[in-house]
Ligand binder design. Structure first.
Ligand SMILES: C[S@@+](CC[C@H](N)C(=O)[O-])C[C@H]1O[C@@H](n2cnc3c(N)ncnc32)[C@H](O)[C@@H]1O
Length: 281
């Protein structure tokens, strides 16, 4: 399929371009989470995931929903995952975690499955239906004590945002979010997010990067989003630091994990950019 499939057709046709009808199997970590955390019988899992996905795609027709990408638990692949679980479990601190653009809250549920007290975890997304469907996907509306908030990281205003700033977070997870925006908008979002991180705290995640950093066509016709390499991501956080009187250390690697160069959304220059941004001042 060519890039024109993204930009030149009606929204319905365009969205079908990233709607995968069938789900043949659910990968082991996600299957395990649904079986052991949500107590869904193994034989019901594929049907359950498909049903929730279809409900979600009606309100939020993103590729990550249509292509079942939300079933890839990627926080567990971050090199700091075990350390983060240790920090968030520790009884001597009251460490707090925020998942920005949490979608169904799948990575958050995995932390709970790995023993983190759920009240230490907050999920944030702009799409209320995804947060609601998260409870239906994981069957934990009565048990999960995490808070979920609806907020727009480009606006970052109002009582909800102020209370997030007041609380402050030790660990922020932000995966597949910055890459949705132009560089200017990424800077705006990063400045807002910077205000939520405690000194010494970290922002970790992964996103689509590129060996040739720059703009690529975004999902909506005529719009663009910016793909970083490690150097441009570092430069962005320098700018954010100067604007917010904070200082940040950026570490990152680019690899080919879950990258398909033949996919029209990706292409041969694309890489997975895995990052850790630490607030030093
Ligand atoms: C591609 S998904 C990534 C989901 C998940 N973090 C992951 O890694 O699979 C991007 C998520 O960011 C949310 N999002 C998009 N724009 C946002 C904004 N301005 N403020 C907050 N969340 C936003 C979307 O609703 C969606 O759930």
């Amino acid at each position: 399929m060519s890039m024109s499939a993204i930009t030149d057709t009606s929204a319905f046709e365009r969205n079908r371009g990233w709607y995968q009808t069938d789900l043949i199997e659910v990968n082991e970590p996600f299957h395990q989470l649904l079986e052991r955390y949500s107590k869904i019988p193994s034989s019901d899992i594929i049907d359950h995931v498909k049903k929730i996905r279809d409900r979600a795609f009606e309100s939020s027709p993103y590729p990550c929903i249509g292509l079942f990408r939300f079933t890839n638990l990627t926080l567990i692949t971050h090199p700091l995952y075990d350390k983060i679980v240790g920090i968030l479990k520790s009884e001597s601190t009251d460490a707090a975690y925020l998942d920005i653009g949490c979608c169904f809250g799948q990575d958050l549920r995995r932390l709970v499955f790995d023993g983190v007290p759920s009240e230490r975890l907050v999920g944030l997304d702009i799409e209320r239906p995804l947060l609601e469907l998260g409870y239906d996907l994981f069957l934990d509306r009565e048990t999960l004590k995490s808070h979920f908030v609806i907020a727009d990281i480009l606006e970052a205003q109002g009582k909800t945002w102020e209370s997030l700033e007041e609380r402050g977070f030790d660990v922020i997870h932000c995966s597949a979010v910055f890459h949705l925006f132009t560089l200017d908008r990424q800077v705006i979002a990063a400045k807002h997010i910077a205000r939520l991180v405690k000194k010494g705290g970290i922002i970790i995640g992964r996103q689509m990067g590129s060996v040739k950093p720059g703009d690529v066509p975004a999902l909506t016709k005529g719009t663009f989003s910016y793909r970083h390499d490690v150097d441009t991501f570092d430069a962005m956080w320098k700018k954010v630091g100067e604007a917010t009187q904070t200082r940040w250390n950026v570490e990152g690697v680019m690899d080919m994990v879950n990258i398909n160069p033949n996919n029209y959304l990706e292409g041969e220059d694309s890489r997975r950019l895995l990052f850790t941004v630490t607030r030093i001042e």
